[in-house]
Design a protein around this ligand. Structure first.
Ligand SMILES: Cc1cc2nc3c(=O)[nH]c(=O)nc-3n(C[C@H](O)[C@H](O)[C@H](O)COP(=O)(O)O)c2cc1C
Length: 174
């Protein structure tokens, strides 16, 4: 698919998925695209856990009970590592954003859909503090997002965006 077509077709999908497993090679392709994103000092501080096992998916959907999480054949957990460079520079969150958008675009290109769940995941984890235990995360890693992935059963739409003129300025802001 043409790059700009993929960008237009990506949309947050929160509905039910088809009960069809995502092949291992496809998951590797998605994560490999995420890994190609730029990162500060090439620190590559973002990692992924592909959760396909039904029992574990069910436990996660108990904490995040949305239609997408309950039915997704694949849950991708996005985790980050904090590396502090000179002068206290940390690129953990920027790197995570770049990698996750590459991931969302790859998911779209491969004919799948999903939704980047960061806010809900963080709130659920604050309440239950069970995600990190469930996923057996070593201390230095932080879970940032859960992305339910699968073949969408309904239409995938992207939310309307602002007019380009509202966000693109020429030469100076005013
Ligand atoms: C950092 C971040 C956090 C998000 N957290 C959530 C979330 O917790 N739950 C959810 O349903 N969508 C979440 N989203 C998806 C946004 O709601 C969505 O991208 C936005 O409404 C625009 O819609 P679109 O993706 O269809 O363009 C998140 C997106 C980003 C980038």
């Amino acid at each position: 698919m043409d790059f700009f077509n993929v960008v237009e077709r990506r949309g947050s999908y929160r509905e039910e998925f088809a009960q069809e497993a995502v092949p291992k090679e496809t998951i590797e392709k998605m994560v490999s695209a995420a890994q190609k994103a730029p990162s500060g000092y090439n620190g590559q501080t973002t990692s992924f856990i592909a959760i396909t096992e039904a029992g574990l998916r069910q436990k996660i959907s108990g904490i995040l009970p949305t239609p997408a999480v309950k039915t997704a054949p694949l849950l991708l957990a996005v985790i980050t590592e904090k590396i502090v460079y000179h002068d206290d520079l940390v690129f953990e969150m920027q790197n995570y954003g770049a990698a996750t958008e590459n991931l969302m675009l790859a998911i779209t290109d491969l004919g799948y859909a999903g939704v980047w769940m960061d806010g809900d995941t963080e709130l659920a984890d604050r309440k239950s503090q069970t995600f990190e235990k469930l996923l057996k995360l070593p201390e230095k890693y932080t879970l940032r997002a859960i992305i339910p992935v699968g073949k969408p059963l309904k239409e995938v739409t992207q939310k309307p965006k602002k007019e380009l003129s509202a966000i693109l300025h020429w030469q100076t802001f005013e």
